[in-house]
Design a protein around this ligand. Structure first.
Ligand SMILES: Cc1cc2nc3c(=O)[nH]c(=O)nc-3n(C[C@H](O)[C@H](O)[C@H](O)COP(=O)(O)OP(=O)(O)OC[C@H]3O[C@@H](n4cnc5c(N)ncnc54)[C@H](O)[C@@H]3O)c2cc1C
Length: 429
């Protein structure tokens, strides 16, 4: 059989694998259960608006993802690059300077507002120690323990490290893997100056990558089945059969690019994959709630993104008017598990509205409408010592892609894209 590859799942991982293989001349067939491409990072139509399943932010360090986005948008990048900025108005501000590394970070620390000189010194010491130990821990541990041992004050932990940890790992610092967090710091804050940029989508997520990738794939002769859930993958004497509502189709290679809870139900029935099954059993998940609040036209923040003070339900507030052009639409992001999961969506929206008022805009008029999107299994819990399955499995020509597979990153778009590219590279080998 010539090489023909089935890719199951049209999230960022599956689409990255599909684009990469197609660019190298290998025919692919992609099966996506949902009507829309994008998986957890998909667009969600609401009346005449297009919201996102969750408000996303990328980092300059997400090079593979940005490369693919740029490839599909040759005219103009569909995102805004801003220097790293963590600002809670009048209380805390850390902004990377437009200088080469490491001066961008040093200047940020020197000019930071809302931290003492003692904290500045301990931050510089912390970063140099990480560099000296080449960002490798002898033993992984919860981030909170690590920060305490490295004399990061309670103030720094609350105002700087906790929001960054929730943004990057979607896991509370008390249980989050210090090593995964340090990997992200290594590649972003402590990388080249542009790597620490915050990259904010200027289009709904679907249009950023998965939908144009799908269009490009079809133009190149690839096959795309949306709204088509694969029920079963079977290993055959030669290659694999894929069972879906379209019938049974034969393929030489399979890239299973589904979320971990779905992968567990799809794995071909062979003891060669028992190690993967065991690892998947041990995964735990963390939620993310995105609270969209529509205020009157003309309501806007000074900047497209603010952090909210510690101790609140939401951590970040985005002004979609300045990004995707929906005037007056704010998106508050509530990461990880917390007491809010017990609340109704009405209560969550009203609490987010109160938090915006108290931190940023006391005279804000009441919202015209709101929409809460709760992703209960937004990401895997990025805890220390979590064993993640490799992209290459023991079953020949069967690969796993997805943000949960082995890699340096927590559950992020970049982790997903890298895993997809790695599967494509393995197929080519
Ligand atoms: C609310 C929210 C906010 C987030 N914020 C950020 C952020 O700011 N920055 C960041 O980098 N990351 C963020 N993430 C994480 C990021 O979205 C994920 O890491 C990434 O989208 C995972 O991509 P994936 O391709 O690995 O998996 P998925 O996106 O889950 O894709 C898997 C696909 O497989 C399909 N599928 C499943 N079973 C089958 C089947 N049997 N047959 C066919 N298809 C199937 C699913 O429908 C899905 O489309 C966020 C996630 C959420 C939920």
């Amino acid at each position: 059989m010539g090489r023909n590859v089935a890719i199951i799942g049209g999230g960022f991982a599956g689409m990255a694998a599909a684009v990469s293989l197609t660019r190298q001349g290998v025919p692919v067939t992609l099966f996506e259960a949902g009507r829309q491409l994008g998986g957890r990072a998909r667009s969600v139509p609401l009346n005449d608006l297009t919201l996102d399943n969750g408000q996303h932010i990328l980092l300059g360090a997400y090079r593979k993802t940005l490369e693919l986005i740029d490839f599909l948008h040759p005219q103009q990048p569909p995102y805004l690059r801003l220097p790293l900025m963590l600002e809670v108005p009048d209380r805390f501000r850390l902004e990377a300077a437009r200088l080469p590394a490491p001066w961008h970070l040093l200047a940020a620390i020197l000019r930071a507002e809302g931290i003492s000189w003692r904290d500045r010194i301990s931050l510089v010491g912390f970063f140099s120690r990480l560099k000296r130990q080449r960002f490798k821990l002898k033993q992984d541990e919860p981030l909170l323990d690590f920060l305490q041992r490295h004399e990061q004050s309670r103030h720094l932990r609350q105002w700087l490290w906790e929001p960054l940890c929730l943004a990057a790992l979607n896991t509370p610092p008390g249980i989050a893997s210090a090593q995964l967090f340090i990997n992200v710091l290594r590649d972003s804050l402590l990388g080249a100056a542009a790597d620490s940029d915050m990259v904010l989508p200027l289009r709904p997520l679907g249009e950023l990558f998965p939908v144009p990738a799908g269009r490009w794939l079809s133009q190149q002769g690839g096959t795309l089945h949306t709204g088509c859930r694969v029920n079963r993958i079977r290993q055959e004497t030669s290659g694999f059969s894929i069972h879906s509502p379209l019938g049974v189709q034969a393929f030489s290679h399979v890239i299973c690019a589904t979320a971990p809870q779905h992968t567990a139900t799809l794995l071909p029935d062979t003891p060669l994959l028992d190690d993967v099954r065991h690892m998947l059993d041990r995964f735990d998940f963390q939620p993310i709630y995105t609270v969209y609040l529509q205020y009157a036209h003309g309501t806007h923040l000074r900047r497209p993104l603010y952090a909210l003070p510690p101790g609140r339900m939401a951590q970040w507030l985005f002004d979609r008017g300045q990004l995707t052009g929906e005037e007056g639409l704010f998106a508050a992001v509530v990461s990880a598990h917390g007491s809010h999961v017990e609340l109704t969506h009405d209560e969550i929206a009203s609490r987010a509205d109160e938090e915006i008022r108290s931190a940023l805009m006391p005279a804000l008029p009441a919202p015209l409408w709101y929409q809460v999107i709760a992703e209960k299994r937004a990401t895997f819990a990025a805890v220390p010592h979590l064993e993640r399955p490799a992209q290459n499995t023991r079953l020949q020509d069967f690969y796993l892609a997805g943000d949960y597979t082995a890699g340096d990153y927590p559950a992020t778009l970049e982790g997903a894209v890298r895993s997809g590219l790695q599967c494509a590279a393995s197929v080519m080998r």
